[in-house]
Every structure is written in structure tokens, then in C-alpha cells.
Write a protein that binds this ligand. Structure first.
Ligand code: GLY
Length: 416
């Protein structure tokens, strides 16, 4: 199978690794990719958000499957264009991608599908915003109604902070969503969908705040682990039954079938399961942990979804091992990032049993030295017989990597 994978983060490096290792994959091109994917696939530097460029590349290489990593190409209609060209694509249409692109649309679909979620108010004026903040009270949950790369959500006890974020959202997009706060631990469940059938992957949990003990600003995600020993054993089945299948059915009923990855961000509250948010692509950094444990064929699963044959595909299978990944970020992240810092120790980290290192914001100099080029720089992934063992291997590996001013949390998967 010839596969074109779009994206350039650690999530795409994890996807590339799982696709490349499968004997069904005969050619793997990553566009634009990163230095990590260059080692296992062919990187081609096109803009993944320009549908014509993606279709031209997929046609030229005779791709059997296009896999879209990030949300931006989906919102730009890349999956529509690829499917229109007759090439199977794992990723939803621009219309279906509104489940992530518009928090208000997601709320509307959930209401129609009877899916449990936090009560919310969609505000278009400052008066509505302040009324909603007063109605829901602290902790305040204020969400950008649009794509924000996982950084558009502010959860705070401080009303002025909530108000400033809400005003900023209003000035950018004209709408902001204020929600009821959901108590209880959060979990991420990725569901592979072909428009009708839903296949869950293994549950994971990510750590969205920059600093230990869930302090500091929200980020794209600073680490993750899978499985979740504390969660109900039937969590995946419950989420498919109560959340993913009703949403996929509702999207089909609307004529906007959901083909791709429905990422269910969930809170396991004292009142039961609630949806926090949907994303329409694999999550980052959860993918790095989830795919480290996948023992069945990823290309077969994604191709079956892209061609409407998921019902015939075998269910994914999983290693008994646990996986933990720790994100190393550049100085300044998630604000203004200092790039260009030299990175050393990646090979030494990978010498450790069960460890691999995934690239995100990295580049190489003319002297072939690895340097930081973005906010989240590396994901250090470790497998181990328990979450605790995987965690300790991951941190031993992190300790072997040097980047001046690097930021990482020391409590990823602690006490799990
Ligand atoms: N893990 C958060 C995200 O992928 O948006």
C-alpha cells in the first residue's frame, strides 16, 4: 500500500512509525514531515493545507491512502479534494471537521444525538459573556469557537482572567463558548470511523498544563499515557455506545458522514460520562502512547475506514505493556518560543530498553546537527510492564537529552 501522510509533528512521527513498520506499507511519503519521519519515510515539502498540492502529490505517487494528521488541512477541505480525486482518505470532510472547528456546532450535534456534555452558552456579545460567567460561576471554562491547536481553552477560578480570554475570543472570531465545569478525571478515546462503523482505540490521558500539578498555562499537551488502570474496563465500549456511535449516526443523518478519527475528550464525572470536546484527528501527545501499544495493522485499519469497510476489519489489538510519553518543549513555550537550541542525547535515550524518541519541532543545521525549531520539540516514549515502569524509563531517557532551557513536566503519569 502506498501511503501519503500529512503533517509534521510528533503525532505524525508516531503515525509514520506505525505505518512504516507494517509489511502492507510499500511506500510512505510524509508531507512535510520532520527529521524523525525522514529516517523512516520520504519527506516531501508541500503545504498540506493546499488541496491542489496534496491531490497532485497523491496522484503522482499513485497513493492508495492519504492520512491527514492535523486539523488545519481538514478544515481547508483537503480530505474532500482527495476523495473527489478518487483516492481513499482517512480524515473527515471540511463540513464534518466542524465538530472540532466549531465548539458551538459540536454542542448542537451532541444535543441532537443525545450525547452527555457540559451545559454551555454560546456568546456573541460582551453582555452575553458576562451573564454566562455569572450564571456558571467558578471554575470558569471559556472556549474559543474555532481552531486553536488545543490552546483556546481557559479554565480558571479568576473571573478577570476568564473575561479577558472571552473578550479576546470575541474579538478574533465573534463567538465564545462558556461552559459548566466538569469534575472528575479526563480521558481521551480515539474512535476510527468509516461514516457508519466505529472502532475504538485504547484509552489514554494527556496532561494539558505546562507545569507540574496541573499548574501554568494550557498547552497542546505535555505528556500522556495508556492504558488507564484507574478507568472502568469497559470505558471504550461505553464511549462508543453513548458518544461516538450516536454522533457518527447523527452526522450521517445530516448527510455529512464522519470518516476519520473522532477524538472524544471525556470527563468521568461524579454524574457519569460527559464529553468535554471533540477533535477530528488523532490527539497529540496521546497518539504517541496509544500507537506504541498497537500490535495490529494500522494501514489496514485506516484503509478500511477510508473505504467504508471498517465492519470487515479486525478489531485493533494491544500490547499488555503500558506506554508513557513525555514532551520536551523549547524555552518560552506555549508563548514566544526561543528556537535554534542544539539538541543532543537522542541516540543515547533510544539505547534504553523500550524507549523511542519522536520528533516534532526539530530541524537540522547544514552541519547535520539537530536543533529546536518549534514549541513542542520531542516526545520521549517508553514502554514498560506497568505505567510506573514505563514512566521511570521515559524519565531516564528524558534525562539523557539536552536542550538549553528545555521545559518538561516531571509528573506525567505519576501515581497512575
Ligand atoms: N491532546 C490534545 C490535543 O490533541 O488537542
Amino acid at each position: 500500500m502506498k501511503i501519503l501522510l500529512l503533517g509534521s509533528g510528533a503525532r505524525e512521527h508516531a503515525l509514520a512509525r506505525a505505518l512504516a513498520r507494517d509489511p502492507q506499507t510499500t511506500e510512505l511519503v510524509v508531507a512535510p514531515g520532520n527529521p524523525g519521519t525522514a529516517a523512516i519515510a520520504t519527506n516531501l515539502n508541500i503545504d498540506p493545507c493546499i488541496p491542489e498540492e496534496v491531490v497532485a502529490l497523491a496522484t503522482q505517487m499513485g497513493a492508495d491512502l492519504v492520512v491527514v494528521g492535523p486539523e488545519a488541512p481538514l478544515v481547508a477541505g483537503v480530505a474532500d479534494a482527495v476523495r473527489d480525486a478518487g483516492i481513499p482518505c482517512f480524515g473527515p470532510s471540511a463540513e464534518a471537521a466542524r465538530l472540532e472547528g466549531s465548539k458551538a456546532f459540536a454542542k448542537e450535534v451532541m444535543a441532537a444525538a443525545g450525547v452527555p456534555t457540559a451545559e454551555a452558552a454560546v456568546c456573541t456579545t460582551e453582555a452575553e459573556l458576562t451573564a454566562a460567567l455569572d450564571r456558571f460561576g467558578a471554575p470558569y471554562v471559556v472556549k474559543e469557537d474555532g481552531l486553536a491547536a488545543g490552546k483556546g481553552v481557559v479554565v480558571t477560578d479568576e473571573r478577570p482572567v476568564a473575561l479577558v480570554h472571552g473578550r479576546a475570543c470575541l474579538s478574533r472570531g465573534g463567538r465564545v463558548v462558556v461552559e459548566d465545569y466538569l469534575d472528575g478525571p479526563e480521558a481521551s478515546l480515539f474512535c476510527v470511523c468509516d461514516g457508519a462503523t466505529v472502532r475504538p482505540l485504547a484509552p489514554a490521558q494527556d496532561f494539558k498544563r505546562l507545569l507540574d500539578d496541573d499548574a501554568g498555562p494550557n498547552t497542546g499537551g505535555m505528556g500522556a499515557y495508556s492504558p488507564l488502570p484507574w478507568a472502568p474496563a469497559d470505558l471504550a465500549e461505553q464511549v462508543v455506545r453513548e458518544v461516538a456511535q450516536p454522533v457518527v449516526d447523527e452526522m450521517a443523518r445530516r448527510g455529512t458522514s464522519f470518516i476519520g478519527l473522532l477524538y472524544c475528550g471525556l470527563a468521568l464525572t461524579s454524574r457519569g460520562l460527559r464529553v468535554v470536546e471533540f477533535n477530528v484527528r488523532f490527539g497529540d501527545p496521546e497518539t504517541q502512547a496509544v500507537l506504541a501499544r498497537l500490535t495490529s495493522s494500522l494501514p489496514e485499519l485506516l484503509h478500511a475506514a477510508a473505504t467504508g469497510r471498517l465492519v470487515e476489519a479486525p478489531a485493533p489489538t494491544w500490547s499488555e505493556q503500558a506506554a508513557v510519553d513525555v514532551v520536551i518543549a523549547a524555552p518560552g513555550y506555549p508563548g514566544t518560543v526561543t528556537t535554534g537550541g542544539a539538541i543532543t542525547g537522542v541516540e543515547a535515550a533510544e539505547e534504553l530498553d523500550g524507549v523511542h524518541v519522536l520528533h516534532a519541532g526539530t530541524g537540522t543545521t547544514e552541519h547535520r546537527e539537530l536543533v529546536a525549531t518549534g514549541g513542542r520539540v520531542l516526545s520521549v516514549v517508553a514502554l514498560g510492564p506497568t505505567v510506573e515502569e514505563a514512566r521511570s524509563r521515559a524519565y531516564e531517557a528524558v534525562g539523557r537529552i539536552a536542550l538549553d532551557g528545555a521545559q518538561y513536566r516531571t509528573d506525567i503519569a505519576a501515581g497512575r
